[in-house]
Ligand binder design. Structure first.
Ligand SMILES: Cc1cc2nc3c(=O)[nH]c(=O)nc-3n(C[C@H](O)[C@H](O)[C@H](O)COP(=O)(O)OP(=O)(O)OC[C@H]3O[C@@H](n4cnc5c(N)ncnc54)[C@H](O)[C@@H]3O)c2cc1C
Length: 503
C-alpha cells in the first residue's frame, strides 16, 4: 500500500489533555503541528473530574473557558466522609467560600471525556493544527534533523511517514516513546491498586441535586464521584478487580442493596507517584502522564499535563520564529522536571495519608501552592536574590519573584493581567513616561508588548517601585524584574531578553 509522506515542524503523539493543549497553543503561536491518537474517539472513561485554576487561566487566554463553563457540573465544593452513602456525614472538608482573589478563574468540575471533547473542538478549529484520530505511532527514529515516524491509520492500515523537527510524547502513563528511549521513571510505581466502576443510578435523594466533590465511604475505603449530569457516577474501591459482579460491588459500597443501576465500565488502575529521569531526549519532549504520574489526591494530573506544554509551546515557537537561543529548548527539562518530581512527592504523600493516615490530604504545600506556586529556576530566568517562593509547606501567595507565575490583578477595563500573557513577552511598568517603552522599542529582535498599568495596587503586588519594570514570558511566568528605574534601560532589557530567550 502506498505510503504518504508528511513534513511538519512538530509531531504530537497523544490526544489527551497534554496533546490537545499542545496543539491548541502551538497553533496560537503560528506553529504547524500534526497530532495523532490511536483512538478514534476520546477516552470513554470519565477519569479526571477536576481542572484547577492555573490550567483554567491557560484556557481562558485561549478563549476556551466559556465553552467549558457551559458544561461544568454544579457540584457543592468539598469532600464528605460517610460510613456508606446512607449514613450521615462523619466529617466534611469544605473549602473557604467566596471567589478567588488570586486568579480570575475558579477550578472546573467536569469529567475528562467532556473536557477533552471541548478541547478537541477548539484545537481542530485552527488550520495550523492537524488532528488525526485512529492513527497509531508504529515506530520512530531520531537523528540530527529531528524525528522520522511511521504512523498507521487503524481502519485502513495505510501508513504515513512523518518527518518532524520535534516530537511531543504526550502518549500517556504507559508511554511507548518513553520506553523506546529507555527513560526510567523515578518514584513508587505501586501505591495501591484500585478498581473503578462507572455506573448510572439515581442517587440525588441521598446527595442532593448538587452533590459534594467527593464522598469517602469509610466502611469500604471507597470513593464516590459524580461525573455527569445524567446520573453518571464512579466508585473507586481499593484492591484489584475480583470475581464480584460490579453491580453488586456498587450496591455493597453504597449500602444500597436494592439500588437500580446500569454498570457502564470497569477499570483497574494503580496509583503511582513518579517522574521521568529525563524530560527531553534529543528532539523528543515528554509531557503529561508520559513524564509524570500522580495519584489523584488533589486531582493534579490533567492540570500538570497542561502546564508542561504551556511551558514548551512558546519555546518551540521562538525557535521556529528565529528568536530562540541554544538554551531555550533545554530549559523545558530544567524547568518542568523539578515540578514533576515535587508534585509526585507531594501527591504520593497525600495519597498515603488519605488512605492510611488521618484523612487530611495535603500536609505539605497547599493545593493552591501546588497548582500555581511552582517557581522555575533555570538559565533563562534572571534570579534577583528574592527568597525561595515555593518552600515545602508553603501556602500560595502571589509574587512576581522571577520564575513564578505573574500575579493576577483586575485591570480597570475588567480584564486581568493574566489576559495579557499570550504569545509575546510583556513588559509591565507603572511609569507613564517613555523610558521602558522606548527600551522595548529598541529591542526589535524579540517582539515585546509593553504595557503601562495605572492600577494603584500593581507596583506592590509585583514587588517594584512605580518606575520599575517586570518582563513576563508568553507562558505568564516572570522572566526578569527591575525593582526601580534603570540608568540604562535599553541595555538592561536587551540583556534580560537575551537571557530569557536562551541566548
Ligand atoms: C482512574 C483515574 C482517575 C483519575 N483522576 C484524576 C483526577 O481526578 N484529576 C486529574 O487531574 N487527573 C486524574 N487522573 C489522571 C489523568 O487522567 C491524567 O493525568 C491525564 O489524562 C494525563 O493526560 P495526558 O494527555 O498526559 O495522557 P492521556 O490522557 O493518557 O492521553 C494519552 C493519549 O495518547 C494516546 N496514545 C498512546 N500511545 C499512542 C500511540 N502509540 N500512538 C498514538 N496515540 C497514542 C492514547 O490513546 C491517549 O489518548 C486520573 C486517572 C485515572 C486512570
Amino acid at each position: 500500500m502506498a505510503s504518504e509522506t508528511v513534513e511538519v515542524p512538530v509531531l504530537i503523539v497523544g490526544g489527551g489533555p497534554a496533546g490537545l493543549t499542545a496543539s491548541l497553543l502551538l497553533s496560537r503561536h503560528g506553529v504547524e503541528s500534526v497530532l495523532i491518537d490511536k483512538r478514534m474517539t476520546g477516552s470513554p472513561l470519565p477519569r479526571a473530574r477536576g481542572v484547577h485554576s492555573r490550567a483554567m487561566e491557560i484556557l481562558r487566554v485561549c478563549g476556551v473557558e466559556p465553552d467549558l463553563r457551559a458544561v461544568e457540573l454544579p457540584i457543592t465544593p468539598g469532600a464528605e466522609w460517610r460510613t456508606d452513602l446512607t449514613g450521615t456525614p462523619l466529617r466534611e472538608d469544605v473549602p473557604s467560600a467566596g471567589k478567588s482573589v488570586v486568579s480570575p478563574c475558579e477550578g472546573l468540575s467536569v469529567s475528562q471525556d467532556v473536557f477533552e471533547s471541548v478541547l478537541r473542538e477548539h484545537a481542530s478549529s485552527y488550520s495550523a493544527g492537524q488532528l488525526r484520530t485512529g492513527a497509531l505511532l508504529e515506530s520512530f527514529q531520531t537523528d540530527d534533523g529531528g524525528v522520522q515516524a511511521t504512523v498507521t491509520e487503524q481502519t485502513s492500515g495505510r501508513t504515513t511517514q512523518v518527518r518532524a523537527r520535534w516530537m511531543i510524547a504526550a502518549d500517556g502513563a504507559r508511554s511507548g516513546i518513553r520506553r523506546q528511549l529507555d527513560i526510567a521513571m523515578n518514584g513508587p510505581d505501586d501505591l495501591g491498586r484500585q478498581t473503578m466502576i462507572a455506573f448510572r443510578a439515581e442517587l440525588a435523594g441521598l446527595t442532593g441535586a448538587q452533590p459534594r466533590g467527593i464522598y469517602f465511604l469509610t466502611a469500604t475505603g471507597a470513593a464516590l464521584i459524580w461525573t455527569h449530569a445524567d446520573d453518571r457516577w464512579v466508585i473507586s474501591q481499593p484492591g484489584p478487580v475480583t470475581g464480584e459482579d460490579p453491580a453488586t460491588a456498587v450496591r455493597r459500597v453504597l449500602g444500597l442493596p436494592d439500588l437500580a443501576l446500569d454498570v457502564l465500565a470497569t477499570n483497574p488502575w494503580t496509583a503511582a507517584a513518579q517522574s521521568a529521569a529525563q524530560y527531553v531526549h534529543g528532539p523528543v519532549f515528554l509531557a503529561g502522564d508520559a513524564a509524570h504520574r500522580f495519584p489523584p489526591a488533589g486531582a493534579t494530573g490533567v492540570s500538570a499535563a497542561m502546564h508542561d506544554v504551556h511551558n514548551l509551546a512558546w519555546k518551540i515557537a521562538a525557535a521556529i520564529h528565529g528568536h530562540g537561543g541554544d538554551k531555550l529548548l533545554d530549559s523545558y527539562a530544567a524547568e518542568r522536571e523539578p515540578v514533576g518530581r515535587r508534585n509526585a512527592d507531594e501527591t504520593g504523600t497525600a495519597w498515603s495519608r488519605l488512605f492510611n493516615g488521618d484523612g487530611a490530604p495535603f500536609s505539605g504545600r497547599s493545593l493552591a501552592q501546588l497548582d500555581m506556586g511552582y517557581q522555575y529556576r533555570s538559565s533563562i530566568i534572571a534570579a534577583d536574590g528574592s527568597p525561595d517562593a515555593d518552600p515545602p509547606g508553603a501556602d500560595y501567595q502571589q509574587t512576581a519573584t522571577p520564575g513564578c507565575r505573574a500575579p493576577h490583578l483586575w485591570l480597570a477595563d475588567g480584564t486581568s493581567t493574566i489576559d495579557l500573557f499570550d504569545h509575546q513577552f510583556v513588559l509591565l511598568t507603572a511609569e507613564p513616561g517613555t523610558t521602558w517603552r522606548d527600551a522595548a522599542a529598541h529591542c526589535p529582535a524579540v517582539p515585546v508588548n509593553s504595557q503601562v498599568l495605572t492600577e494603584p495596587g500593581w507596583p506592590d503586588l509585583y514587588g517594584v517601585a512605580p518606575d520599575g519594570a517586570v518582563l513576563v514570558r508568553p507562558d505568564g511566568h516572570v522572566a526578569w524584574r527591575s525593582r526601580t528605574r534603570s540608568n540604562n534601560p535599553v541595555a538592561d532589557l536587551q540583556t534580560a531578553l537575551t537571557t530569557s530567550t536562551g541566548g
